[in-house]
Design a protein around this ligand. Structure first.
Ligand code: NCD
Length: 353
């Protein structure tokens, strides 16, 4: 695809080569993402960050990514602090913000609202999550993480076996990731969810139409037994009609160290888009796994920065110019930065013994 000037709204717009392009640029962004080098390639450019649903990682990492490229960020968070609380439409908000900014990122509770924003403006728009719809940048950073954690390059992702656990009905990250993985051959999907929260039929049909294997089960232990990656999600309580409806499923699945050691093969990567629900009775991914070498969740969150930097550089047409005038940072950089990302699979396995 032609990235320059494009919106990023759905993973459906990517071909396999496009993923390769994004990941190549993301790899070049790593020294800047890790704050070991500085670039000013987007100096003077402004990003508009419009977040109308709770967010920590996505909002902060989009802004951080834009800042790392030398640009500045204007943001509005929550309906109550924006003119939408006064009845302003997405269209009017879009037209105004497009006058102030060179690129817009929006998260909104209504599926399709980000498309509506994109239709109204001439600047690139990136979907930061639209209700239960899609979360394309999360899927890209998830795939980038899978690639790094399993030590495979993109072509070696054919044959991947992945279990997706939890609220597959309302979880937009699992919708986008599943669709993105259909670009690869021989991928096996194990969808582990209470029956009412299984993956939407339209998505499983798409997976099957590509000739890929789909197993749907409620049985956690059997489902996570023979896969390369276990991707856990929280119950998306905000999408249920009442809190009591969501409560029925809270704690339905909980993966802790004992469950992992009993059922998973050594080396199985544990992922979660975050936030984990750490309240009593939930704990879909327990804190006793925090020091486990295969718990990739914080490295996964770190990967949001290089991926989002790559997308900004591509849609604003500066991906080839990022290294121009780049320099090393002058301040003290702790050892830790970078090393948590470069630890390879063999080393991690060694440490886990
Ligand atoms: C996810 C989201 O907002 O869809 N969070 C994120 O962006 N990393 C997952 C979630 O909220 O459960």
């Amino acid at each position: 695809m032609e990235f320059r000037g494009s919106h990023i709204l759905s993973v459906d717009q990517f071909a396999r080569d496009d993923i390769g392009t994004i990941f190549d640029v993301a790899r070049r962004m790593e020294p800047f993402a890790q704050r070991r080098k500085v670039t000013r390639v987007l100096e003077g450019a402004v990003e508009g960050n419009l977040f109308f649903e709770p967010s920590t990682r996505t909002r902060v990492s989009f802004a951080a990514a834009f800042n790392r490229l030398g640009g500045s960020v204007s943001s509005t968070t929550g309906f109550q602090f924006s003119s939408m609380a006064k009845g302003e439409s997405v269209y009017d908000t879009a037209r105004v913000m497009a006058g102030y900014c060179d690129v817009l990122v929006m998260r909104h509770p209504v599926e399709g609202a980000v498309q509506e924003l994109a239709d109204a403006v001439h600047v690139p728009v990136i979907n930061g999550g639209d209700g239960p719809g899609e979360h394309p940048t999360q899927a890209l950073l998830d795939l980038y993480t899978i690639q790094k954690e399993t030590g495979r390059d993109l072509s070696a992702l054919d044959g991947l076996r992945i279990a997706l656990v939890g609220d597959l009905r309302y979880g937009r990250t699992v919708h986008s990731l599943t669709k993105l993985l259909t670009l690869f051959r021989d991928v096996t999907f194990v969808f582990i969810a209470p029956q009412e929260l299984q993956m939407p039929r339209a998505i499983t049909d798409k997976v099957r139409a590509r000739g890929l294997a789909v197993h749907e089960t409620e049985d956690l232990g059997a489902g996570i037994a023979d896969v390369d990656v276990v991707y856990v999600t929280r119950i998306q309580q905000e999408r249920f009609t009442t809190p009591e409806d969501a409560d029925k499923y809270r704690g339905f699945y909980s993966i802790n160290r004992a469950v992992y050691e009993k059922h998973c093969r050594p080396g199985t990567i544990l992922m979660h888009p975050l936030p984990r629900d750490s309240r009593p009775g939930a704990n879909e991914l327990a804190a006793d796994l925090n020091s486990h070498p295969e718990l990739a969740i914080f490295r996964q969150a770190d990967n949001g920065i290089p991926i989002r930097m790559a997308l900004f550089a591509l849609v604003l047409g500066v991906a080839d110019r990022v290294e121009e005038g780049a320099r090393d940072v002058a301040w003290y950089v702790p050892e830790r930065i970078g090393t948590q990302d470069t630890l390879d699979y063999g080393e991690r396995l060694e440490r886990s013994r």
